[in-house]
Design a protein around this ligand. Structure first.
Ligand code: CP
Length: 311
C-alpha cells in the first residue's frame, strides 16, 4: 500500500492488517512499551478545514512513534496564494516522509499522490474519511470481538463518513443499511461498489427510512447534519433531516445491546439526542481514542520499512 486516500483502494487484507497493527500499538501504548518506529521521519499536515481529533491524534501519534509532525494551513503555504498542488507535492516530497491532507475536493488528495513521491494520507475530504472509519472498525471489533456478520446501520447525510462507512464495513464483511433524506444519498461510485458487493453476496440496502436502517442493527452510526463548508445551508438541512435524530425511539428498533458510534463533533438535539450520546459515551469516546491508534498503524504501514506484528 503506497497511499491511504480512500477505502475503495484498500483490500480486505490490508484493512485487517492495519486493524491488527492498531490493536498492537494500543496495547504497547497502554503498557508503556516504547515504539519509536518512525524515528527521524517527518510528516507534513496540510489542513484546509478545522480539526480537533485528526490534527491532535496525528501530531501525538507521530511524536509517540519517534517522528515529528508539521501542521500547515493555507495561511502557511503558498497553496493559499495559488501555487499548484502538483508543484507543492513535488517540493514537499523532497523534505518529508509523508503528508496528511484535509481538504474539500478528493481530487486534490489524489493529485498530491500522483505528483509526489511520498505516502499521502486522507485526513478528510468531501468524498471520504478513511482514517475515521478505521477507528470505527477498530472500536466495533474491540466491542464485539468480530466484524463479519454484524449489521451497521447509518442514519444521516450520505457524505464523506457515510461513503467510507459503506465501503469499510462491506469490505470487513458487515451487513450495511443506510437511511438518508432524499437528495442526500451517498456518492454514485460508492453505490456502484455496494451494488457490486451485493452481486457477490454482501447485504446492503439504502432508503429514506431511519427505522429500516436501525432495524436489528448491532451498531448504529450517525454524523453531523451540516459538514464543514456547508454552514450556509444549516437551517435547510435541519428541516430536511427532521426525523433522522438518533434517539431512544430509533434505538428501540435496534438490537437490545446496540452499540452507538459518532465520529464527533456532535450536535446534541440534531443528529443525536443528548441522552443517547451520554448513555453511549464510553463507546463514542473510545472511538475517538482509537483515531490515535488506527492512524499510528496507517503511518507505520506507509512510512516504516518493516514492523513485525506480534502473533
Ligand atoms: N471526526 C473528526 O474528524 O474530527 P475532527 O474534525 O475534529 O478532526
Amino acid at each position: 500500500m503506497k497511499h491511504f486516500l480512500k477505502l475503495l483502494d484498500c483490500s480486505k487484507d490490508e484493512i485487517v492488517a492495519i486493524l491488527d497493527l492498531a490493536d498492537q500499538l494500543k496495547y504497547e501504548k497502554k503498557h508503556n512499551i516504547a515504539h519509536r518506529i518512525l524515528e527521524g521521519k517527518s510528516l507534513g499536515m496540510i489542513f484546509q478545514k478545522p480539526s480537533t481529533r485528526t490534527r491532535i491524534s496525528f501530531e501525538a501519534g507521530m511524536y509517540q512513534l519517534g517522528g515529528q509532525a508539521m501542521f500547515l494551513t493555507n495561511r502557511d503555504l503558498q497553496i493559499g496564494r495559488g501555487e499548484m498542488i502538483q508543484d507543492t507535492a513535488r517540493v514537499m516530497s523532497r523534505y518529508l516522509d509523508g503528508i496528511v491532507i484535509r481538504t474539500y475536493d478528493q481530487q486534490e488528495a489524489e493529485t498530491l499522490a500522483n505528483y509526489g513521491s511520498i505516502p499521502i494520507i486522507n485526513g478528510l475530504t468531501n468524498f471520504a474519511h478513511p482514517c475515521q472509519v478505521m477507528a470505527d472498525l477498530m472500536t466495533i471489533r474491540e466491542h464485539f470481538a468480530q466484524l463479519e456478520g454484524l449489521k451497521m446501520g447509518f442514519v444521516g447525510d450520505g457524505f464523506n463518513m457515510c461513503n467510507s462507512l459503506i465501503v469499510g464495513c462491506l469490505k470487513a464483511g458487515m451487513d450495511v443499511s443506510v437511511a438518508t433524506p432524499a437528495g442526500y444519498e451517498p456518492h454514485p461510485d460508492v453505490l456502484a461498489f455496494a451494488k457490486q458487493m451485493q452481486t457477490e453476496g454482501a447485504k446492503f440496502d439504502i432508503s429514506n427510512d431511519p427505522r429500516k436502517a436501525a432495524e436489528h442493527a448491532d451498531v448504529l452510526i450517525t454524523d453531523a447534519w451540516t459538514g464543514m463548508g456547508q454552514e450556509d445551508e444549516a437551517e435547510k438541512r435541519r428541516q430536511d433531516f427532521a426525523g433522522f435524530t438518533v434517539n431512544h425511539d430509533l434505538l428501540a428498533c435496534c438490537k437490545e445491546d446496540v452499540m452507538v458510534q459518532h465520529c464527533l463533533p456532535a450536535y446534541r438535539g440534531e443528529e443525536i439526542s443528548d441522552e443517547v450520546l451520554e448513555e453511549h459515551a464510553d463507546e463514542i469516546f473510545e472511538e475517538s481514542e482509537n483515531r490515535l491508534h488506527a492512524q499510528k498503524a496507517v503511518l507505520v504501514t506507509l512510512m516504516s520499512e518493516k514492523y513485525e506484528i506480534l502473533g
